[in-house]
Design a protein around this ligand. Sequence first.
Ligand SMILES: [Zn+2]
Length: 373
Amino acid sequence: MADDYMTLQLLAVGLAQIQLGQQEGAWRLPDVPAGLPKAWTAGMRRLAWRLLEQRQHRLPSHQDVFRWCHLPLGEWPLDLLVAEGDEDLLLIEGGQLSAFADQSASLILSKDPEAELVENCCFELLLATADRNATTEEEAQRNYVHLRSYFIEHTVVADTAMTELLRLYRAKDPQGRPWVKELFLRAYRFQPGGGTVLLNVCSDCRNLLAEGDSLCGTAGCTGKRVQDTWEALEGVYVQHRATRRFFHDPGLAELRIINQLRAELGDRLHPWWGMDAVDAAVDFTGSGEMGRGEWWAADVKDHASGALLGKNFRWDPRATAKRRFLVLPAHRFGQHRYVDDLVSEMEGRVAGVEVVSEAAFVGQVLARFRGCR
Ligand SMILES: [Zn+2]
């Protein structure tokens, strides 16, 4: 029997589209059903079929389902067919789309060429900025690594930092605007106010905390609320929610792994190899060419649902490494049922990819590297 992930993904797309059209923070379902996105209606239809199968003949209203979206999946008033490890997940958490909802929506939208995803726009601008400011492939890759790390290390930047980036990346688009500025304005929003700017951030992941928040809510983060200052001329740039969700937060584990390996491996480590075909590749024998000699490669994934990740995971065929790893951050690897759900969904669909924790990956790479010397 088909599971209910597609239904949840459609509802998540619907919620994302509703939220996009309304004020962030205070969003709700439109009063007229005609104003509802197609994806939401399609999700509702699938829910209705599931209810009829379970011999429940009272069909829920749109408002009912919107309320259910605030409940853990295991508490919805029907039996959703989802993995056991996912029963605690919610679509709406603290009045915002949850990481699970964002990831669910993005997995389905990325297959739709018409879909306008903030995430996609940013990614394309990132590639373009790296590429147009380079004369060789190596240079483009170096630019990519720098800009990708920048998004992970900087949740808030003073306007003066933009001047610095404009000095480093001078290439302009056909309209005469610097590519890097376009990228920056897409990924961050300007918050006016010059002088010393005081903001509350998380001590570990550096995400901005709203008034009243004591925790950042970033998966796996145990940081505390601290105050930090920025010296700005006219204001600061603050990361957009989508940049946080799709570049910054999942990037924390990627950068952690890269930094741990880089110290010892030097140029044998290729961060975000092939403009992000994989997150880390290691050239143990120094051949300089993926697939020749001994290469290992890793894709690092930080998804809320192991089952949904398993259903959608694919290895980039360009990364023809001898050993291939799907690396999970510690907070996912240790989660109840997570690895079982992930592996059972990958079975028979993805072959030759080892699922490991970040610590195990780093440990195995360093051991092999020391053995090569
Ligand atoms: Zn944090």
